[in-house]
Design a binder for this molecule. Sequence first.
Ligand SMILES: [Fe+2]
Length: 322
Amino acid sequence: MDVNKKAFLSALGVGAGVGAAAYLLARREAYNFRIDFLTIDKTRDAQAVLPTGLTRRKTLKILHISDLHLAGHEVKKKISFLDYITSQEYDLIFLTGDIFEHDEAVKYAPHLIARRPRLGAYAVLGNHDYYRYNMTNKILGRIYKPLRNPKDHARDEGPLVDALEHVGYRVLRNQVEHLEGESLSIVGVDFPGIEPERLSDLSATIPYGNLKLALLHMPVALDMYVKNEIDVVFGGHTHGGQVRIPGIGALITDSELAREHASGLFKREKTHFHISQGLGSDPKTNFRVFCPPHATVLEIEYEPVYATANFAAPAEKVGITN
Ligand SMILES: [Fe+2]
């Protein structure tokens, strides 16, 4: 064997070794679960319209989890993490889609809510809850949209919704829920999104002064939420980019988001957005680079705006005659 050929083969061997090690590290990072803690202050936004003396500061503690991509054969570490994180005390749990990758994974539903939060748990579905993906529609579908979600890849989402509701999640599908006495409303946006008119109609039903929260899977058409003055939007889908290069950031976000907003907290006008880094990914591409899986605990401080009518005592009880 000549010297050049020998050098080439040894370089090839080193390259393959480095590649295999990098791949194993990236697979390992996919199970390096983390918890983020964030605070959002909405009180300053409310003060401008608060009547003096009618303020009451409230704090909501919310667990935001997303993109679990549960297959039928989860590793113990992932299930243990879900058990641990959902067994803590919260006001709310939000789950923003891509929940069950395979139909048999519904058996893991009880691990998604080990302890019932004070005000309940809410979920929206993601694209992987509605469609099966192979490498053709997953990769080529990003380039040529008609290939992305073909009808013959559609799943029956009914059993997934049933499993979630059975364990205590309320699945919102372009619906809004008003939590009486909490000055709080939650809009849930179904995949693939919501018509602007429908979002405006839902927003119009929210009582004055309520904190407006919205859940969605895909971060698209986000200005719609700003326009409807939603206070905090919770989203997923991006996995934080899944592969991040130091100094560059996420390689792709598969949404309208810029690299720097592939996950985490950002604000447009008065609306905060929290995009989850997710806890899993499609098992076929379950690797992460500088982008470990995250669950997030957010505390939102806010001051409900009370209409004066809520405080008006009946005339006869305060001795007013005329
Ligand atoms: Fe996902």
